[in-house]
Design a protein around this ligand. Structure first.
Ligand code: 0RA
Length: 636
């Protein structure tokens, strides 16, 4: 190592241009002189210390914000080289801080990770600092040099002795350059410091704010590296597989690390990094990641015959509920794209894909139960995707014939003003018939849903989506679903679910609410969704007729008409009511009881639905036995 560095600091420093150019056009070098540029100064200095840590010499990097927004970055590495460069006749330290482009990679012969996004090096920070001081502990001595606006104040000098080794850079951003602000934001620095600690396992990273009365400090050290990053991102989430799948590899000086874990959500979080820079636009490392993930999951599912006929898992399905970090380090990264955050090096694709592919194959082999859970999750996503596509296609159909066949079930209202229009979704054909005859056809539309079709206890949500009745409902509502959803196209501002007050009716109600919750949540948020409460009893006391919506209410009527002999009929379903009764009790805006559905109610429905659909038979049984009335629960 010693020999290598001798060779290094002796000859290879390329002298490019003076620091004056940086002060004339700072934006060219750091992108902006706004807050982002100001914080960028810190990362330029920290990057050099990270390189020293990645080379295996530093274990601790400390960033301090001192009073007056002075930044101090310290590492316990070898200390920057201090000997004289033969060509410049100046010390290596001075060369690093005064010669443009010398701070990053000297000549490509050594492995350097820094120098990605702007990667302009320490000399640019020096040029844009009112002053900068560097301290080096090396060879048992402490050396120091000071610069002001890039200009050398004195030669590197010995200022004492030191047992330890390391480097410290202290600088104050120049307010003449950073005219907007020179105040650092602690949280911004802290978040990136933590990210760097995740991305570079085993390096202790400290951030300290000494500007205020009380010192703020955060210390990050992750032996598990990006595995701990994944855990951090999954905190509080329900996991599909408790283990984190991880791989690490190196080829042609390119190092690769991937960590991933599935949670039970529908979103995916994939962060990719090249040389510690977040590659927002992705690139070849992310492509390699996707390739391996899709290929391995598909292969395993096929091998184990987990796929039914016509079923397929694609690259979208394998990403649902996925949290993953892809991190590569490359000696010569090519950054492309609009914001230069897309990795372009083509050789990286295969390296990542092979590394992750081997790890996934091994994981599936060694953990068949976890593998099954992952495949099941992907299959669920696949089925939902196919069903959603079918639904979209169906709701998009424009041919008059198709419209007719769908619309035939819907008895629309005459009014075309959505804010005055209502749609009743009615369970069962006979109730649908009564509702059609009893309604106010100016404002009320009726869509009968055939109960039998939906009564299936184990109907999955995706199945419901491919169901014709549900399709015609989506079409009638007019907004489209999922990504294409457009609330302004809603054809009714009141959508009323009217089902029987029995277990089947409740199942359908829960299914519909779950459906709205998952695919059209805005309808609920806007307050467009209601549940109708039909009466449970009709009680005739001589000439007086009363409808009761609960046992309690019936009791009250019985007391009121204590002298009369009551004739009580219990409604088993909406179908038992004639059109007039249905109008009077459930549809007449002046007399009816509608319960507006809130997102929280729909969430409960969604959970209940999951419970009803779940593998566990007991809670389902209990639910059915309790015969709880969902519409009542909604009242709370
Ligand atoms: C020895 C040789 C080289 C650099 C360093 C030590 C060194 C540089 C920095 C920058 C911040 N902290 C540091 N600690 C050590 C030159 C060889 C190379 O660049 O890899």
């Amino acid at each position: 190592m010693e020999k290598n560095y001798q060779h290094y600091d002796a000859e290879n420093i390329q002298i490019l241009e003076g620091l004056e150019a940086v002060r004339k056009r700072p934006g060219m070098y750091i992108g902006t002189t706004g807050p982002a540029g100001l914080h960028h100064l810190v990362w330029e200095i920290v990057d050099n210390s990270i390189d020293e840590a990645l080379a295996g010499f530093a274990t601790h990097i400390e960033v301090e914000i001192l009073p007056d927004n002075i930044i101090s970055v310290t590492d316990n590495g070898r200390g920057m080289p201090v000997d004289i460069h033969p060509k410049t006749g100046r010390s290596a330290v001075e060369t690093i801080f005064t010669i443009l482009h010398a701070g990053g990679k000297f000549d490509g012969s050594s492995y350097k990770v820094s120098g990605g996004l702007h990667g302009v090096g320490a000399s640019v920070v020096n040029a844009l600092s009112e002053w900068l001081e560097v301290f080096v502990n090396r060879n048992g001595k402490t050396y120091q040099q000071r610069y002001e606006r890039g200009k050398v104040m004195y030669d590197l000098k010995e200022v004492g002795t030191s047992e330890s080794t390391g480097s410290r850079v202290v600088f104050k951003a120049d307010p003449l350059m950073f005219t907007e602000t020179t105040v650092y934001h602690y949280e911004t620095l802290k978040e990136r410091i933590q990210q760097l600690a995740f991305l570079n396992k085993g390096i202790k990273m400290t951030i300290r704010d000494k500007r205020g009365e009380e010192v703020k400090e955060d210390v990050f050290l992750y032996e598990g590296g990006i595995r701990e990053y994944v855990s951090f991102l999954n905190e509080g989430k329900k996991l599909i597989v408790p283990k984190i799948i991880y791989c690490e590899g190196e080829k042609d000086n390119i190092s690769v690390e991937v960590a991933l874990q599935y949670n039970d959500s529908y979103t995916s979080t994939i962060y990719s990094f090249a040389n510690n820079i977040h590659t927002h636009e992705g690139g070849t490392h992310e492509e390699g990641f996707r390739l391996a993930l899709t290929r391995c999951i598909k292969n395993y599912a096929n091998e184990k015959n987990f796929l039914k006929k016509d079923e397929e898992i694609n690259n979208e399905d394998v990403r649902e509920g996925l949290v993953a970090i892809v991190s590569i380090k490359h000696p010569n990264p090519q950054f492309e794209g609009q914001t230069k955050t897309k990795l372009g090096n083509t050789e990286v694709r295969a390296i990542v894909s092979q590394c992750l592919g081997e790890a996934l194959d091994r994981f599936f082999l060694e953990n068949p139960n976890d593998a099954k859970n992952i495949i099941d999750k992907c299959l669920l996503a696949s089925r939902a995707r196919v069903a959603a596509r079918k639904a979209r296609e169906a709701t998009r159909r424009k041919s008059p014939l198709d419209n007719l066949s769908f619309a035939s079930k819907l008895a629309d209202c005459r009014c075309k003003d959505p804010s005055k229009s209502e749609m009743y979704i009615v369970e069962g054909d006979s109730a649908g018939g009564s509702a059609k005859s009893g309604r106010d056809s100016e404002y009320q539309a009726i869509l009968p849903l055939r109960g039998k079709v939906l009564n299936v206890q184990k109907v999955r949500l995706e199945r419901a989506l491919s169901n014709n009745e549900i399709l015609s409902m989506i079409q009638a509502i007019g907004t489209g679903i999922g990504e294409e959803f457009d609330i302004s196209k809603a054809r009714y501002h009141k959508i009323v679910i009217m089902t029987d007050a029995d277990v089947d009716g409740e199942h359908i109600c829960i299914l519909l609410l779950t459906f709205f919750y998952r695919f059209m949540p805005e309808l609920i948020e806007k307050g467009y969704i209601y549940v109708a409460k039909p009466p449970l009893f009709k009680a005739v006391f001589g000439k007086a007729t009363r409808y009761a919506y609960s046992e309690e209410e019936l009791g009250q009527y019985k007391q009121e008409f204590a002298d009369k002999k009551p004739d009580v009929q219990r409604y088993k379903g909406l179908g038992e009511m004639d059109p007039e009764q249905l109008w009077e009790t459930t549809m007449d805006p002046a007399l009816r009881t509608l319960v507006q559905v809130h997102l929280a109610d729909a969430f409960v429905a969604d959970q209940t639905f999951e419970m009803l659909m779940g593998e566990d038979v007991d809670p389902r049984k209990k639910f059915i036995q309790e015969n709880a009335h969902y519409a009542n629960n909604l009242d709370i």
